[in-house]
Ligand binder design. Structure first.
Ligand SMILES: C[S@@+](CC[C@H](N)C(=O)[O-])C[C@H]1O[C@@H](n2cnc3c(N)ncnc32)[C@H](O)[C@@H]1O
Length: 195
């Protein structure tokens, strides 16, 4: 993994711990692009776990589709992460959500996906490009200013600046509130509901 190409790799190099993901787990990856990092996640979690990789742009998706042929546990979805209801028939409640979508409404996109696919204890790994987030004219982009938007439903465990690998990015590791101890593997694939 190249920390200059992958924000997750940069985070790991900087000491962020990858959440404990067990065989049978489900992972939702939002903003998979051509799969550079999503394939690393698919490797890291093992063939017993499934990674649902959402990408909305056709060009990177074509590459994602191609690499997914070598990863039976990677399911590419050509979808807009702003419309989770569209892919809800295929994605169960998940153990981990990874997100790398540098958009001004990133917090809202996360919230929508948490509503459909998270449950208490779901882990969240976010790459946040601070400069992409709304801020006052001329103000410096700081995590502290946007943190409440991201923290409505999750407990933020750590926030790690990704420089020198990715300037003005932070990597956020959190967990959806209400979780207990371990994360049981998901056994049922159907029946997603908002809430
Ligand atoms: C920084 S790139 C992701 C890089 C990737 N995570 C990696 O490490 O290989 C961001 C990706 O998010 C995608 N994206 C942006 N908005 C999106 C949306 N609303 N839904 C799904 N994907 C989106 C972009 O098309 C782009 O491919």
């Amino acid at each position: 993994m190249d920390p200059f190409r992958s924000k997750l790799a940069a985070a790991l190099v900087k000491g962020v711990e990858f959440p404990p993901v067990r065989p049978g787990s489900a992972i939702l990856y939002l903003g998979a692009a051509s799969g550079t990092t999503a394939t690393h996640v698919a490797d890291a979690v093992g063939r017993e776990a499934t990674v649902f990789a959402v990408e909305k742009s056709l060009r990177p998706f074509q590459q994602l589709l191609s690499v997914a042929q070598r990863y039976p546990n990677l399911i590419p979805l050509l979808e807009d992460a702003r419309s989770p209801q569209r892919y809800s028939p295929w994605v169960p409640r998940v153990d981990l959500i990874c997100m790398d979508i540098p958009q001004g409404d990133q917090a809202g996109i996360l919230e929508a996906n948490l509503s459909w696919f998270a449950r208490p204890g779901t882990w969240v790994l976010l790459a946040v490009k601070l400069a992409s987030l709304p801020r006052r004219e001329g103000a410096t982009a700081r995590w502290e200013d946007v943190s409440p938007e991201f923290s409505r439903r999750m407990e933020v465990e750590d926030v790690t600046p990704l420089d020198p690998f990715h300037r003005k990015h932070v990597f956020v590791r959190g967990r959806v509130r209400g979780g207990g101890g371990g994360i049981p593997p998901i056994t049922s694939r159907g029946g997603n509901r908002a809430g």
